[in-house]
Design a protein around this ligand. Structure first.
Ligand SMILES: *Cc1c(COP(=O)(O)O)cnc(C)c1O
Length: 382
């Protein structure tokens, strides 16, 4: 059989079908604005989905949510903020927007997220140097929950709030509780490549209605209650538009289905690599962890595979028009961040060297899977 050669993406938007109905409603009512019934509706849908009495404010991006989250946690110029080094740069950039200093911390090998040992070392050392960290940014990488209880215990011991970057983990949970509800503030993203999308968008998840109101206040130019435009604080233009929220409402109807399909992609790779020594599929350490497997990822040990590296596989896939990508390059190795303090050893660095994210979309077909399997079979001749 001749297989077609159209591009297979790592993770692309996957519409459920009802999105345009919500957009049409917005047009019909002329709610083409950064407020309106779809915004309120999406927030309600998310609050119901997250449970745990979460309050959700819809914003223009996950990055905006991190920025406002840090402001709500009181981060100011000159403060120090701890951040997982193994992440997308959007976790760390808002620290710099506030002229605060990022302190990067290594990962552990089970969840690829914050290493509790390195985290506590970092906190102790910063305190000894005279600065109590103002917040901890913990990430659920590729949808995998971080070590929720251990990280919470450390944060509580030193009374430092957690900003939970759940941008990749909508639909993931730990011991049955949804990711996004564990931090003092939680963050979601609906960017085009995420598990559901509003084309671009995000949300802040708070514990109280007052915090949500404050976030929306900052997101809508910090307008004081006055008949004219009056401002006592600096504001931002970070609210989600009613059109984007319409896409989100349609996407919420298929979220759990998308999670099931992403998890099926993970199972597909587990099966594909099960007899290949030297390749490990990134998987939950125990049944307490429920990952949405936003991206399926593997680690290749080039000693066991006799020299086949993640780059060998990436190039072979690329030659067949199949997208794959190395894991996030750790922040402490990025030119823009390398001058900031780093605590840890080489866990994140080694993950970056040996890890590869594979096509993971909920919209991949049997034919796509056949093409992927064919390339992998030709690289690892068994
Ligand atoms: C996507 C992402 C963000 C940023 O979300 P945007 O909506 O793209 O601004 C933040 N953190 C992580 C870990 C992400 O993957």
């Amino acid at each position: 059989m001749k297989l077609n050669n159209s591009k297979i993406w790592l993770s692309s938007p996957h519409m459920g079908g009802t999105e345009q109905k919500y957009i049409q409603e917005a047009f019909d009512a002329n709610w083409v604005a950064p407020l309106g019934p779809n915004v309120n509706g999406l927030e309600k849908d998310l609050e119901n989905y997250m449970g745990n009495q979460a309050h959700v404010g819809a914003l223009s991006s996950g990055t905006a949510a991190i920025h406002l989250g840090l402001i709500l946690l009181g981060v100011q110029a000159g403060d120090e903020v701890i951040c997982q080094t193994m992440t997308f740069s959007a976790s760390a950039n808002p620290i710099l927007y506030l002229n605060a200093t990022p302190i990067f911390v290594d990962s552990e090998e089970q969840t690829w997220n914050l290493c509790p040992i390195a985290l506590e070392l970092a906190i102790k050392d910063r305190i000894q140097k005279g600065k109590n960290p103002k917040a901890i940014i913990a990430v659920h990488l590729y949808g995998m929950p971080y070590q929720i209880e251990v990280i919470r215990a450390i944060a509580d011991k030193y009374e430092i709030p957690i900003l939970e970057d759940s941008a990749e983990a909508l639909g993931s949970s730990y011991k049955g509780q949804k990711c996004g509800t564990f931090g003092d503030i939680g963050v979601l993203s609906f960017n085009g490549n995420k598990i559901i999308t509003t084309s671009g968008g995000g949300a802040i998840v708070t514990k109280t209605a007052a915090q949500k109101e404050k976030a929306i206040f900052y997101a809508t130019q910090a307008r004081d209650a006055a008949p004219h435009y009056q401002h006592s604080e600096i504001g931002y233009n970070y609210r989600m538009s009613n059109i984007c929220a319409g896409i989100g409402r349609g996407q919420m109807e298929v979220l759990d289905h998308h999670v099931a399909l992403r998890r099926a992609m993970h199972d597909f790779y587990v099966d594909l690599f099960k007899d290949l020594p030297g390749v490990t599929v990134f998987s939950a350490p125990s049944t307490d962890y429920f990952s949405n497997y936003w991206l399926s990822a593997i680690l290749i040990d080039p000693i066991i595979t006799k020299g086949i590296t993640r780059e060998t596989l990436r190039l072979a896939l690329e030659a067949e028009n199949i997208e794959s990508r190395s894991l996030w390059k750790p922040m402490h190795l990025q030119p823009v961040f390398e001058k900031y303090p780093y605590y840890g050893s080489k866990v994140a660095e080694t993950l970056f060297e040996n890890g590869l994210c594979l096509p993971s979309g909920s919209n991949l077909t049997d034919e796509d899977r056949e093409r992927i399997a064919a390339v992998i079979g030709s690289v690892f001749v068994v």
